[in-house]
Design a protein. Sequence first.
Length: 446
Amino acid sequence: MKRKVCSPAIIRFAYFTIFIMFLNGCVERDGNITANSNRASSANPVIEAAPLRPGKGNYKILTDDTLKLTITADGAIQAEIYYQPIVASDRSIKLRTVNEKNGNSFITEIKPPQDFNGEVWARVKYSNGETKQTERLLLSARFDSDGESDEQQANANNSSNSVIEKGNIGDDDSARSDKATGGRIEKAQVEPGKGKIRITLNVPAFELTLWQDGKEVGVYPVGVGRKEFPIPIGERRAREIILNPEWIPPDSEWVRESKNVEPYERIPAGDPDNPLGKIKFPLGDAYLLHEAQAPSDLGNLVSHGCVRILRNDIFELAKKIVIARGISDGENKIEQSQNDTVRRAINLGEPLTVDINYDTMVVEGGVLFIYPDVYDRKTNTVENLRAELESYKIDVSKLDEKTLRAMLDKATDKQQFSVSLEDIRAGNALQKGKTEPLVRQQERKG
């Protein structure tokens, strides 16, 4: 029987196949061997952080003011580091882009703010266009919290911190509404040493109120975050007041496009490029209450998620808070900071609750105020207006849809509409109602 002899071409193909199989086997056993420099490693990238100590649950707590991050990603050409605050489920921040490697790792250091609390991860890129993501690390810079979120801490302190009994109103409802106050807001001067204080802010009204024992001791117009950078709705907490704060710009697109500052550059107090002004209140997760840059900030969407208030008003607010809390050197620090650029910090002791609401239909003192739906949350609908009026025992069957729609349309980006409930009941909502600038709160101070 004659044996078949393989052709040279078949033999060469067989040797080539065996070589590729061997090489692939090496790649699987040894991550340092790659068959193609353009192919991403089969291993997932790994992120490590230091120095840390264990916290509660999955939390790790920073033990130094500098956080070292190491992203090991064989074959990657770039690593982007992201941070998502614990209470901002729809908002992540790119902290840094790293292009230089040390062996198989990208190594970088950052200085997190004192209110740093959330998930950190990296997204790595390969030369073939593929991207991979590391696991998420749950980190906190709070040495006093062991990684509890703002929401957890607020819930734990609601019974002792709550100043205004909200009854059956929801989280979005204004603390100034008659449902919360019983129909009357009592105004008073701040009393020394009575620390039961609280700040509330209704975003569509651009109005911040300081309360003490359920009484209004200060009300101020503000500016808030733009639509693409909204301030989160819900309870936050302020632990300190920082006087003459420096500003460290994040590695964000709007900073990189600026001609005046660079990401992570330290901009000192008093520098014209420092947008924080003379005072800031950290509210957690990089959100701030700080000085406005101009009166035109008030009643507008102007910031990258922060709340802005005029210089005189924020100094007044800070003084009232330290007086109410009985902080002995607080007033002196504030007075000094008005005339210099020295950084000072005032520890508030028990965290101060800052309740941020989103209420576009508020009945205050028997008067309905309709504010613009500045974040397009679809709140200003005829159905919602009917429900609000019905909750105040108004027979909405006597109000046609055209009238209700006309009332809503009078609330625009720059103005609000107000009318008494009695005029609505009498069928004179449009005739008796009036439009006012959104910053009319300034006139009510006193």
